[in-house]
Design a protein around this ligand. Structure first.
Ligand code: NAD
Ligand code: UFG
Length: 336
């Protein structure tokens, strides 16, 4: 199939593009490079030995999107968006404009070009305050920060569009916590500045860029008192997108599916696994809880198995080994 990938230079988009190319799809991608480097696209070409067309384009450029979609695509995978929770609290308008208005532009350009098959990057953040684990797709939705609100808003745009226009097939994939990297160690997550997320911070500590990991709270009602999350290998996540693409015709309009492993790991378990993978000690200190964090969340992954025929295969040790290879070989990320 001929697939358009938005946010193709980003962490998840680059891994998805690689798996799409390896599966024989024709891939065209765009990105505004606001949080990424074109070097990621070059490395995907190098790893696959296949052409990957890239264009620098912004979701807010509606005429540009219209022109591109008119080229004719079988489906779109939509990764482009801003994702920093803290920044979204400081700049809620920016997040709304970029993520919600930008996605509305994309949907309009798709409709105008009669391209009605979409795989969208949603997030388990749409479950808001978690009432009970594991979380299934029927858990009530809510937003606990402006970033989460943008995911809810785009899900709603998609649900509404699919109700009004019966030809649409949309997979709203709700990711849990993506970590790891392609096993080549050539592409991976390259956060700008100090990482907000646990795994990149842990790996930058292992490689010597940070002194110690700050563990945000050890007084949660979890087995070791630290926060529990459902970490999922980014390659499993990318393969989940391919499975969704293959099964899109079985979607009734727009439907949500969790992409997680169904298993939770605590902060201290992640640090221990990363120390094993890197063979290096990873010092840490316990700090107070981070405002807004929940104690624990992990996925009920059954729907993905039933509907997509997909399940996550890679465990925490593999996630850490692959993330470490990327970090060790590219201590400064893409360096551009
Ligand atoms: P990322 O920042 O690495 O990738 C997003 C890409 O989108 C970046 O390359 C950025 O430059 C691009 N972009 C942003 N705004 C754009 C715009 N207006 N026009 C064109 N390009 C634009 O992030 P990621 O981790 O790869 O996340 C991909 C998607 O998955 C995002 O929508 C994110 O919200 C969602 N998601 C991520 C996580 C996670 O923890 N990484 C979890 C759940 C959902
Ligand atoms: N943590 C630390 N120290 C750190 C960073 C995180 O102890 O330096 C802890 C957190 O308190 C939490 C766990 O590690 O218990 C995971 O934190 P992350 O920041 O890596 O991930 P979150 O689950 O808080 O949030 C992430 C994204 C959100 C997204 C959510 C679900 O930041 O945008 O996953 O996909 F919505």
């Amino acid at each position: 199939m001929k697939i358009l990938v938005t946010g193709v230079a980003g962490y998840i988009g680059s891994h998805a593009a690689l798996e799409l190319l390896n599966a024989g799809h024709e891939v065209h991608g765009f990105d505004n490079l606001s949080n990424s480097s074109e070097e990621a696209v070059r490395r995907v070409r190098e790893l696959t030995g296949k052409p990957l067309r890239f264009e620098k384009l912004d979701l807010l450029d509606a005429p540009g999107l219209g022109r591109l979609l008119k080229e004719g695509f079988d489906a779109v995978m939509h990764f482009a968006g801003l994702k920093a929770v803290g920044e979204s609290v400081e700049k809620p308008e920016l997040y709304k404009r970029n993520n919600v208005d930008g996605s509305a532009n994309l949907l309009a350009a798709m409709e105008a070009a009669a391209c009605r098959r979409l795989v969208f990057s949603s997030s388990c953040t749409v479950y808001g305050e978690v009432k009970k684990n594991p979380v299934d797709e029927n858990h009530p939705r809510g937003a606990v920060n402006p970033y989460g609100q943008t995911k809810l808003d785009v899900e709603n745009l998609c649900l509404d569009l699919a109700r009004r226009r019966p030809g649409w097939r949309i997979a709203l994939l709700r990711y849990f916590n993506p970590v790891g990297a392609h096993e080549s160690g050539r592409i991976g997550e390259d956060p700008r500045g100090v990482p907000n997320n646990l795994m990149p911070f842990v790996m930058q500590t292992a490689v010597g860029r940070r002194d110690k990991v700050r563990v945000f709270g050890n007084d949660y009602p979890t087995p070791d008192g630290t926060g529990v999350r459902d970490y999922i290998h980014v390659v499993d996540l990318a393969l989940g997108h391919l499975a969704a693409l293959d099964r899109l015709d079985a979607f009734a309009g727009a439907q949500a599916v969790n992409l997680g492993t169904g298993r939770g790991a605590s902060v201290l378990e992640v640090i221990a696994a990363a120390a094993r993978a890197s063979g290096r000690p990873i010092p840490y200190e316990i700090l107070p809880r981070r405002p807004g964090d929940s104690a624990a969340i992990w996925a009920e992954p059954t729907l993905a198995r039933e509907k997509l025929g997909w399940r996550a295969e890679r465990g925490l040790d593999r996630m850490c080994a692959d993330h470490w290879r990327w970090q060790k070989n590219n201590p400064d990320g893409y360096g551009v």
